[in-house]
Design a binder for this molecule. Structure first.
Ligand code: ATP
Ligand code: MG
Length: 301
């Protein structure tokens, strides 16, 4: 739990962060960093490095594994600690609060600073990699891609997309980014899947979402994972979030992905609100969205 990581971060000393970032450096070359080589990366003496390693292991920030050598790597809590430390130094985050959501590949927390924001830690690659490593317990590490890299790339991609889309498209305002973590504005309300729309709101909300999708296309992006779980609905309107897998509109599969997004959304509305949702052809709607000509589903009924 990151609530623990936040309190752990508060009790860490500068040398503990040298240890964690030394391990981060070492993981560019191997998934499990040899304890004996660690001082090269931490730039501390072997004694100090060992002492800090034990402190971090006691706090579950690092994990050890004996292979042909005594290996260590960052646990995701250790990587979280590094990102949180950076955000604290930049005054982006002053405290970590309650969980806001758990995704398939992320943990999202409420954080405070001059106001309340959402902090999303990406976890892509962490579990997958673990399985792969167990299957072929190799130490050669020739095609080594650390989960740190995968998770960081996903966070970078998501942050860049949010920056490109905001404020033209209604997405959470991006605030800061470090390693595998992004800080953004909180969503305006619950996920569409948890919202109970009144009959007379249904078509209006569907149109709002599809107009945002249309604007995103005009700016140059297709979400590519659009569903009732990645759209929030509030009093002030809708917001589309969770963008790490988005593709540029000039991507070879962009049209296909857009059509799938539109079909997912229309499918959800017609299942949940069968009486209010007009029966329309997703392909024709997606075409209009792509051309920037979408205004209302009613034109397709
Ligand atoms: N800006 C935010 N403000 C408030 N809550 C958020 C915010 N971003 C995400 N959440 C919550 O965290 C959950 C997971 O976020 P998100 O969908 O971005 O992650 P994910 O791991 O990619 O999800 P998925 O399971 O769809 O792959 C969301 O369903 C939502 O409840
Ligand atoms: Mg999601």
């Amino acid at each position: 739990m990151v609530e623990n990581v936040a309190s752990t971060v508060a009790e860490l000393e500068p040398e503990d962060f040298y240890l964690l970032s030394g391990l981060e450096q070492g993981m560019r070359f191997s998934e499990w960093v040899d304890r004996e080589k660690l001082p090269e990366f931490t730039e501390m003496t072997p004694e100090e490095t060992d002492y800090r390693l034990n402190r971090c292991a006691d706090r579950d920030l690092v994990e050890g594994k004996t292979i042909q050598y005594d290996g260590y790597r960052l646990a995701f809590e250790g990587y979280d600690a590094l990102a949180l430390h950076t955000f604290a130094e930049r005054d982006t985050v002053a405290g970590v609060g309650a969980p806001l959501g758990v995704g398939k590949e992320s943990d999202v927390y409420e954080v405070s600073s001059y106001r309340s924001f959402a902090l999303k830690f990406h976890r892509e690659g962490y579990t997958e990699f673990r399985e792969v490593m167990q299957e072929r317990d190799y130490t050669a590490d020739r095609d080594h891609v650390s989960w740190l890299y995968t998770a960081r790339k996903a966070a970078e991609r998501e942050f860049e997309t949010l920056e490109a889309l905001y404020p033209d498209v209604s997405v959470p305002r991006p605030v800061d980014h470090n390693r595998h973590a992004i800080v953004m504005e909180k969503l305006p309300g619950p996920e569409l899947a948890d919202a109970r729309l009144e009959s007379q709101q249904v078509v209006g909300v569907l149109d709002l979402i599809l107009r945002e999708v249309t604007t995103a296309c005009r700016v140059g992006y297709v979400h590519a994972d659009l569903s009732e779980y990645n759209v929030a609905v509030g009093e002030e309107g809708v917001a589309i979030f969770d963008w790490p897998q988005s593709v540029p509109t000039d991507h070879e599969n962009a049209s296909e992905l857009l059509e799938r997004d539109v079909a997912n959304l229309l499918g959800y509305f017609s299942r949940k609100y069968p009486r209010e949702t007009p029966d329309v052809d997703p392909e024709r709607v997606a075409d209009a969205v792509e051309r920037g000509e979408f205004d209302s589903v009613e034109a397709f009924a």
